[in-house]
Design a protein around this ligand. Structure first.
Ligand SMILES: [Zn+2]
Length: 107
């Protein structure tokens, strides 16, 4: 179980409990946050797919057709994010046919 889904589950349990029980637990709960280490799996993205998708978009969001609202500080290129239409985790392919360049509003 992931840390996030674990939190959601325990928040639900806490929400369903009485205000008095929550107050009692909060009185004795440590206030210093506990740092945990988590492992995560990431897909290695093909940089050519990202570059080609951004080139195809020409600075325009491929969803709402608006011009990218600002430029990247690094190289002044239009700020669009390359997004997979079918997520890689759902079996989507890392190819330009499965990507769109999106503005921050459409992400
Ligand atoms: Zn957009």
């Amino acid at each position: 179980m992931g840390v996030q889904s674990d939190l959601e589950k325990t928040v639900q349990i806490a929400s369903n409990d009485s205000s008095e029980n929550r107050r009692l637990r909060l009185e004795s709960a440590p206030k210093e946050p506990i740092l945990i280490e988590a492992r995560t799996k990431l897909y290695r993205r093909n940089p050519d797919v990202v570059a080609k998708t951004l080139y195809r978009a020409l600075g325009v969001c491929e969803n709402c057709k608006a011009k990218a609202p600002f430029a990247r500080k690094r190289d002044n290129s239009p700020y669009l994010k390359v997004h997979h239409i079918k997520m890689l985790s759902a079996g989507g392919l890392d190819c330009i046919e499965n990507t769109v360049a999106l503005c921050p509003n459409c992400l």
